[in-house]
Design a binder for this molecule. Structure first.
Ligand code: UT7
Length: 324
């Protein structure tokens, strides 16, 4: 049976880098608070690139890294909670911008919030194993700044824009990946966006932004449990032990969450890849950005066991264990 193998990775962020000090000019906050509570120092906020534009730039880097002809791609999935529009799906826009519109392809968006990229990875694994797809672009891309309420200091300082991409191909020699996912839907109101109004008035509704809302402490408590659970569950399903994990690439929400998990699991914090200091929380883009940046820094090598772990709105938590 064929399994997926990662041929290339890439990431892209907007040019506009915004520091904590920059934010403190428009919100009642300060660098010390944000740094101590989250580990975040800067984030990128897009001025003119939408989710599909960032996705395309990340995808081109992954294609370049893979050294393949993009004409072999037969699937594009964009994990996002901030699509360019409700329709068409961002993945179709990406296909067009990559000039791949005239080849047979399955494309769709997937919204699993901060776990979205891992849901897309798990979906592609299943599509490859069932021989429906041979070569897939899996992209996490967000322009979260579109849905941030800049009067809410509890959320506006945390998030940033960006995209990360994996180019994955079917191989008969690849090591199988192991996955875990779980959801607790009755906690949906701890992390959500404002809903869109129903409209029986038959009059147009103007200017509704579905702002992001979060009960920070509830999400913090959930995250500590969820990250440990997702790590333990995926290891249990594999034939490996925790000691054999070379690197953990987690969703980049808060350095303190990862510190708690590392302490509780007695696992070295140095094996957790962290880059929220530069990028903030980019939701579905954070894991592929962290992976691509770690690879560019030479931290990722063949035969390593890399564990990806995500958590967020849904509430959904997920993990994938990949032997490279
Ligand atoms: O991918 C999504 C996953 N999301 C997360 O993982 C977020 C998880 N939660 C967290 O990371 C933390 O809960 C936050 C960083 C969001 C907040 O940290 P906290 O330690 O839970 O702070 P808090 O909400 O309990 O607020 C403590 C104080 C409050 O002031 P008072 O009432 O004690 O006077 C807040 O008003 O900090 C205040 N505060 C701020 N002060 C300066 C809240 N946000 C800010 C801010 N700057 N940006």
């Amino acid at each position: 049976m064929s399994h997926p193998v990662i041929l290339g990775v890439g990431y892209a962020v907007p040019d506009n880098k915004v520091s904590n000090d920059d934010l403190s000019k428009v919100i009642d906050t300060n660098d010390e608070w944000i740094t101590e509570r989250t580990g975040i120092k800067t984030r990128y906020i897009s001025k003119d690139e939408n989710t599909s534009d960032l996705a395309v730039r990340a995808a081109l880097k992954a294609i370049d890294d893979a050294h393949i002809d993009p004409k072999v791609i037969d699937c594009i999935i964009v994990a996002t909670l901030t699509p360019d529009a409700m329709m068409p799906c961002t993945a179709a826009l990406v296909q067009a911008k990559l000039n791949l519109s005239h080849q047979r392809m399955m494309v769709f968006d997937l919204n699993g919030a901060c776990s979205g990229f891992l849901l897309a990875l798990q979906t592609v694994d299943a599509l490859i194993q069932s021989a429906q797809v041979t070569t897939a672009l899996i992209i996490g891309s967000e322009t979260l700044s579109k849905i941030l309420d800049y009067t809410d200091r509890g959320t506006a300082v945390l998030f940033g824009d960006g995209a990360g991409a994996f180019l994955v191909s079917s191989s008969s020699n690849a090591h199988p990946w192991t996955h875990f996912v779980n959801t607790q839907g009755d906690l949906e109101d701890t992390l959500s966006t404002d809903g869109l109004s129903l409209n029986a008035s038959l009059k147009n509704i103007q200017g509704e932004t579905p702002y992001l809302r979060m009960k920070g402490q509830a999400v913090f408590r959930f995250a500590i449990r969820a990250v440990e659970d997702a790590i333990r569950q995926v290891i249990l399903k594999s034939n490996l032990s925790l000691d054999e994990i070379d690197l953990i690439i987690p969703h980049q929400a808060n350095a303190r969450i990862l510190g708690h998990v590392a302490d509780k699991m007695n696992f070295p914090l140095s094996k957790f890849v962290m880059n929220m200091d530069e990028f903030g929380n980019t939701s579905s883009a954070s894991i592929p950005i962290a992976f691509a940046q770690a690879k560019a820094k030479g931290l990722i090598h063949k035969d390593m066991h890399v564990l990806l772990v995500g958590f967020g709105a849904g509430l959904i938590w997920a993990s994938s264990l990949i032997e490279l």
